[in-house]
Design a protein. Structure first.
Length: 345
């Protein structure tokens, strides 16, 4: 069912004692999520984000995101959407309510390597990846070894091929990368799992500089490949910005990132088109399937002749170097030592 913002406001009032709504409005939803979301203001001028699942799968995802955010909130300096109250829905699933985090989604395409927020983003990702994996594992979140995760990706590729809608050139390209075991010698770390510009909130500080105010959208959190959290960056940001984020990340990490991090990130970004296809097929709308198929065909044309497998190694010294061309960015290995005014979580 689809719930109106006013219905969600009533559910929020039931979930959080003392939350008396005076206004409610629609709020953006992550693509592929069967979730009803509203922004609610209460009598004390506080703003809240209210989410209610609209399918069994969405209910599981909402609960997972809330659990992961609660875990990391105690260990990160950046704000995350911690559930302040929840209530069970009679049809199954739960409503989750959290305080709105000020800020708007970061426009990765507009990142300039000279912006302070670029280095802040690298350090924020490093802080997530330096969390103790046992924190996630003890809470029952998914955890993979490097080869288990590679095998999972291979299974996704088989599933993609079975649809008959993925161009053969893409299947060949991805299979070559997945079969290259040397690319997959990473140390598994806690990851956000779906980090892109919508999930990184920023606002202007008093001095006029942009600051990261929060990270939202934790429903895919797990212990897995650190490259997952660079896929959105590689897909959307310009080459010099990607390199500067990666350098700041490498400097901030407690241990050296693996040299093929950005190569895998490019692969993960491309495989995101397959995820879109799976979601479209599950939704059952022919026009949505056609659109997802067309995007895969466009991707095949875009990457034709572009090598995905590793470029020559970059220097280990993290001091600034000449920025690569855009074609080099997504394959350059690292060798250095829930959109909002008040956003989704």
């Amino acid at each position: 069912m689809t719930r109106t913002p006013f219905q969600l406001a009533a559910l929020a009032s039931a979930a959080v004692p003392g939350l008396d709504p005076v206004a409610a409005g629609a709020f953006p939803v992550d693509p592929g999520m069967a979730v009803d979301v509203a922004l609610v203001e209460d009598t004390r001028g506080r703003n809240w984000i209210v989410r209610a699942s609209a399918s069994p799968a969405a209910a599981v995802a909402l609960d997972a995101g809330a659990a992961a955010a609660k875990l990391v909130a105690k260990h990160l300096d950046i704000r995350v959407p911690v559930t302040r109250g929840s209530v069970a829905l009679k049809e199954g699933g739960r409503v989750h309510v959290h305080a709105a985090i000020p800020g708007r989604g970061l426009r990765l395409a507009a990142l300039d390597p000279a912006f302070p927020v670029v280095a802040d983003l690298g350090r924020a990702i490093a802080a997530i990846h330096d969390l103790d994996p046992a924190l996630f594992e003890d809470a029952g979140l998914e955890s993979y070894s490097h080869d288990e995760y590679r095998q999972r990706r291979l299974a996704e590729l088989d599933r993609a091929a079975a649809t008959g809608k993925v161009p053969a050139g893409l299947l060949t390209r991805w299979e070559a990368a997945l079969e290259n075991v040397a690319l997959w010698q990473f140390v598994p770390v806690p990851v956000h799992g779906g980090l892109d510009g919508r999930h990184v909130l920023m606002a202007l500080a008093d001095d006029g500089t942009a600051k990261i105010t929060g990270i939202v959208g934790w429903r895919r959190a797990k212990v897995a490949d650190p490259a997952d959290d660079f896929a959105g960056l590689v897909r959307d940001a310009a080459a010099p910005a990607v390199i500067e984020v990666a350098r700041a990340y490498a400097r901030a990490r407690h241990s050296r990132p693996d040299r093929h991090l950005l190569t895998r990130a490019k692969l993960v970004a491309e495989l995101g088109y397959v995820t879109d296809l799976f979601d479209a097929l599950a939704a059952g709308y022919p026009q949505v399937v056609d659109a997802a198929t067309a995007r895969l065909q466009e991707l095949a044309a875009d990457v034709e002749g572009d090598e995905l497998l590793p470029a020559p190694a970059t220097p280990r010294d993290p001091a600034p170097a000449a920025a690569p061309t855009p074609d080099e960015t997504a394959t350059a290995p690292i060798e250095t030592s829930e959109r909002q005014d008040k956003t989704p979580g």
